[in-house]
Design a protein around this ligand. Structure first.
Ligand code: FAD
Length: 474
């Protein structure tokens, strides 16, 4: 039997059930289609950083699967057309869970079945199908802890190996990868990213190995420290499917059983992986999560107009060093540490009182791990408008957060070098620093580093006043 395998967010050969089963049955036609945004119906199109990652991840996949075909256009048309044109008998894919993808795949599946093709879809991007887990009362989870308590008892299938031998169906009409035009140009802001990241299956496996060897020990506590290397940085790999969550799960378990002292850190890491699952669970059951407040009472919040404040937040020019460090790390590397994501997002929503959707859109464009489920669930978590969200009135203080989680100022000095000579006591609040200390550090506020966009105490007060409208609406 000849099978068309449609690759989407599963850009790997190992633990890829759609490919694995097809390879066991006979020749394979592996295909990737870049769905054009205007045709795919996707109202949250791929951001620039994600496009960069996708290009390199596809290049890596092509090295492992030389028969891989690239196409651009509307998958609803192209998949059935290609199946007919090449005479395959079956079409396989691994499931995606974004609302537009679910609808698209459903349509394609029924069109193919009507024409007599065998169609099979598989679970490969998540540990648990979003419809598999439900509360005792029946229905979706809205709170993370009981979700995790239920999820952690489930067995996770052992990962599949990559097919040993593959026979490719010949097809000469594909595009060159370069013609998908995924890479940035004029300016090429990602010019040095290949020194930072290795998209693709090999890069993902290397990263997992090095994290389990050197980063897992202490993860539980040190994962909050942006100055420390105790995080996996697997998120962009997981998003593109360079590696499966099942493989991450089993390799982590294996490491935990090799070294009993890692049990606590290992469980913490797996519980973070489960936040990704919870985000998909929410997106599946509440498909408006990326665009609408999950708690409608937040529709009443009096957001300010975005204007110049949004631009200064994006550029890392807010005058709050921990926020600026995070925003600059994001711009320069396509990544921001989770703790700093929370502080920077909270600053946008609560200090500047700008709608979380502005932040979601900026992160979607600039993060290499931009992911519709995790990004929208996390933004709504910070905003207080989401499921199981941080209460709105808990407002991060960017000064104390900086002192607590970057105690030696290593992270801030790396990304905000104009503050390099300021001592730790003043580093997180240059605006509260005596003029002679600033002068000795070579800093002139308003010239070498910005004045703060807002005063913390009065911004906090204004945010709480705005929240009154939500309380009344709720
Ligand atoms: P690790 O600490 O090593 O965790 C391992 C894996 O668990 C991650 O790779 C990720 O897949 C998952 N994970 C960890 N924390 C979370 C979380 N809070 N929510 C969902 N999954 C999690 N993550 C994304 O993958 N894509 C996004 O677009 C995204 N946007 C975010 C926006 C905001 C405002 C915030 C506060 C968080 C966002 N996150 C997002 C979650 C989290 O910040 C990243 O998953 C994490 O920083 C990735 O780094 P890591 O791989 O080293 O994580």
């Amino acid at each position: 039997m000849t099978t068309l395998v449609w690759f989407r967010q599963d850009l790997r050969t190992s633990d890829n059930p759609a490919l694995h089963e097809a390879a066991n049955k006979g020749p394979v036609l592996p295909v990737f289609i870049l769905d054009e945004p205007d045709q795919s119906g996707e109202d949250h199109p791929l951001g620039g950083a994600s496009r960069w990652w996708l290009h390199h991840s596809l290049a890596a996949l092509k090295r492992n699967l030389p028969g891989l075909v690239f196409l651009r256009g509307n998958a609803r048309y192209l998949i059935p057309h290609l199946a007919r044109q090449t005479g395959v008998s079956a079409v396989h894919w691994n499931r995606c869970y974004e609302p537009h993808a679910i609808e698209r795949d459903r349509d394609i599946k029924s069109a193919l079945k009507e024409e007599g093709f065998e169609v099979k879809s598989f679970k490969a991007s998540l540990l648990y199908e979003p419809w598999e887990l439900e509360t005792r009362a029946g229905g979706p989870f809205k709170v993370y802890s009981p979700f995790w308590k239920t999820a952690r008892q489930r067995e996770i299938d052992a990962p599949l190996s990559a097919p040993r031998e593959l026979e490719f169906l010949k097809f000469d009409e594909g595009e060159e990868l370069e013609n998908l035009k995924l890479l940035p140009h004029s300016p090429n802001w990602a010019a040095d990213w290949q020194d930072l990241w290795q998209p693709g299956e090999e890069g993902a496996e290397k990263r997992l190995r090095s994290f389990l060897k050197d980063g897992l020990d202490g993860y539980g506590e040190l994962r909050n420290r942006p100055d420390r290397p105790n995080i996996s940085r697997l998120s962009p790999h997981l998003h593109c499917g360079d590696i499966s969550p099942g493989k991450v799960w089993h390799e982590t378990r294996r490491r935990m059983s090799q070294d009993g002292a890692l049990a606590g850190d290992g469980m913490k890491f797996l519980s973070e992986l489960a936040w990704r699952e919870f985000s998909y669970h929410l997106l599946y059951h509440f498909p408006h999560l990326p665009s609408d407040n999950w708690r409608p009472a937040f529709d009443a919040y009096p957001w300010r107009e975005a204007g110049d404040d949004l631009r200064r937040w994006q550029m890392g020019q807010t005058g709050y060093p921990i926020v600026d460090a995070g925003m600059r790390e994001l711009w320069r590397t396509g990544y921001m540490h989770n703790r700093v994501r929370m502080v920077a997002a909270s600053f946008l929503i609560k200090h500047l009182r700008l709608d979380w959707r502005h932040g979601e859109a900026w992160f979607r464009d600039t993060l290499v791990d931009a992911d519709l489920a995790s990004n929208s669930a996390s933004w709504q978590w910070v905003a207080g408008s989401g499921a199981d969200a941080a209460p709105y009135f808990r407002i991060f203080n960017p000064i104390t957060q900086g002192r607590k989680f970057d105690p030696d100022g290593i992270y801030v000095r790396r990304w905000v070098p104009e503050l390099e000579k300021l001592g730790n006591a003043h580093l997180f609040a240059p605006f509260d620093t005596p003029p002679e200390v600033l002068e000795r550090a070579g800093i002139t506020l308003g010239e070498t580093y910005p004045h703060p966009l807002v005063d913390h105490a009065s911004a906090r007060q204004a945010a709480l006043e705005g929240y009154e409208a939500v309380k009344q609406a709720g």
